[in-house]
Write a new protein. Sequence first.
Length: 274
Amino acid sequence: MIAKGSCEPPVLLEISYCGTAPEDKPILLLGKGMTFNSGGLCLRPCKGMDEYRGAMAGAAVVVASIRAAAALSLPINISAVIPLCENMPSGMACKPGDVVTLLNGKSLAIRDTDKAGVVVMADPLIYAQTTYKPRLVVDVATLGKGVKKALGGGATGIFSNSHYIWKQFQKAGSLTGDRMWRLPLWNYYKYLVTNHVSFDVSNNGSGPASSCLAAAILHQFVPCVDWAHLDIRGVGMLTKYGTLPYLLKDRMTGRPTRTMIQFLYQMACPDQQK
């Protein structure tokens, strides 16, 4: 739906790594691969728009993590689904107020085309769970400006319905130095994105907590599996403040790839963890 405004056709990239018995359930990784996000008809300001070539940072983290898992021969199965597209304005672009029906039958209202990330990720998230039947799901995306304002480049914001997954990511972040900070996934935010009469879910919700609202939207599409959402809007795009000495200023960071790899190792080799 979001890709309608671009002359570049959308692509759904699927990657699988099989490091153990094929019948073992995989870990599912989903990375947002928006190769450019202009905001669509709700156009972003010209200043700083070039940074949104980095809206594919989540996809980059997922690809790099699977490549590392294969290089390390981790004894684990991993499946990845990565939606790739552009969000551009044109006469064919989706309009504020459009409502789409998702694969699970829920209706999603696009009230702000600038908040296209959750729209791009919704159907792939539903499709991947049905297709791969994973043991757990981790999605990585640059979604809400709220996490950048709250945490800056100090930590990745993580939302999860599983305390165990959160503790594993917290441990991985402490070992790699690329830290995680858990943010709330309360029913309060669910109410703000689902309290509508004419559709099931809104793509922007109500109120200023953009990162929490985005997580609440994605949570509607993960009904019965352990799940974590990593919002890397603050850590995964341009480095501006020199927070870490090995990151080049005004370059994309690739964060939190190291923490993701460490997490996968912990999931693959639980007996080796202290």
